[in-house]
Design a protein around this ligand. Structure first.
Ligand SMILES: [Mn+2]
Length: 329
């Protein structure tokens, strides 16, 4: 039997997508004939190579497609029987359209959806049980939807925090997929809950730091973190930005230095996040990706205060565009 490869975003909805896809479409190959890879969008084209070639199926879930990823997929296509991409990131749209025209063995599903698992349910319509339904709801909440009930909210929180504890820990992500395939209750699983508890403590410290340090530009809060700080809080930065936006009811922009680059994470109440990141990337020669209300940009390395200056300029520009749009309505 040939192997199949599943590559997914190493976050809550990406991991749940992998679980659902394996459960419904690859259970005959699980576990010995599936190569499971977890990655982040900015390094997906590198990590994806771990699935190898000569596969029955190569599946890419919840991964924002960029130019490098597109090039990788084009050269992979003739080496696998079937290529599947399921994604809900706005920034993937043009690349997926392009790929669909070029690759004959590609089945691509792209649509705006609250989460990747939700998109899978809508597009593929597998028959799902209440446990799976619950996890689809959890994925929506992880991606920012309002929770329908307390249990969903609680599990979403626990999974997100447990992953955030060490976002590079691939073995824990595999553990989560296995636990779901076994139908385990994640809310009481010791491994999951223990990790979530530590992450929660760090998150509270980070939120305190953010509220002490944020500066306000045109109704947006900008927070800058140094390289050592972004190391300490790695993994929690996305969650903290979302949480801080919810707490302050403001748009939040987190700017931080990482090794050889500056990363900007944006959460807004309207589509400003996407536009801010797009503008930041185009001005600095960086890259960006994400959704209308939650996006991020990677900029070339620069001093933190220089980065904050560029961010402030872009916030001003996008705010001005908004004002002009409103005036012409
Ligand atoms: Mn995701």
């Amino acid at each position: 039997m040939k192997n199949s490869g599943v590559v997914c975003h190493g976050d809550c909805d990406g991991i749940i997508s992998a679980y659902l896809y394996i459960k419904h479409y690859l259970m005959d190959s699980w576990p010995s004939h599936i190569i499971l890879v977890f990655t982040q969008p900015w390094r997906a084209h590198i990590d994806s190579r771990k699935i190898g070639e000569g596969l029955r199926e190569a599946v890419f879930l919840d991964l924002a497609i960029n130019k490098e990823m597109m090039e990788y997929l084009i050269q992979l296509s003739p080496k696998v029987e079937k290529l599947v991409i399921i994604d809900h990131h706005k920034s993937s749209e043009e690349f997926i359209k392009d790929l669909s025209e070029k690759l004959s063995n590609l089945k691509a599903i792209w649509r705006k959806a609250p989460s990747c698992p939700r998109l899978m349910m809508e597009a593929l319509r597998p028959a799902i049980n209440p446990y799976e339904q619950f996890l689809v709801d959890v994925a929506d909440v992880c991606e920012g939807s309002e929770a329908k009930n307390k249990d969903v909210n609680e599990v979403a929180d626990i999974i997100k925090l447990a992953i955030a504890r060490d976002p590079g820990d691939i073995s824990f992500m595999t553990y989560l997929v296995k636990a779901m395939l076994e139908g385990k209750n994640l809310a009481t699983d010791e491994e999951v809950v223990g990790r979530a508890r530590i992450a929660k403590f760090l998150l509270q410290r980070l939120l305190k730091l953010m509220s002490e340090r944020s500066l306000e530009v045109r109704n947006a809060k900008i927070v800058a973190l140094s390289l050592p700080e972004s190391r300490v809080y790695a993994g929690l930065l996305g969650i903290a930005t979302t949480e801080f936006a919810r707490m302050t009811r403001k748009d939040v922009i987190l700017v931080r230095r990482e090794e050889g680059k500056v990363v900007v994470t944006v959460r807004t109440i309207n589509d400003r996040a996407y536009r801010i990141c797009q503008e930041l990337a185009s001005r600095t020669g960086g890259r960006f990706g994400g959704h209308a209300e939650a996006a991020s940009a990677t900029l070339p390395d620069m001093e933190l205060n220089e980065a904050v200056k560029v961010v402030s300029e872009v916030v001003n520009i996008v705010s001005r565009e908004d004002r002009e749009r409103r005036m012409h309505k």
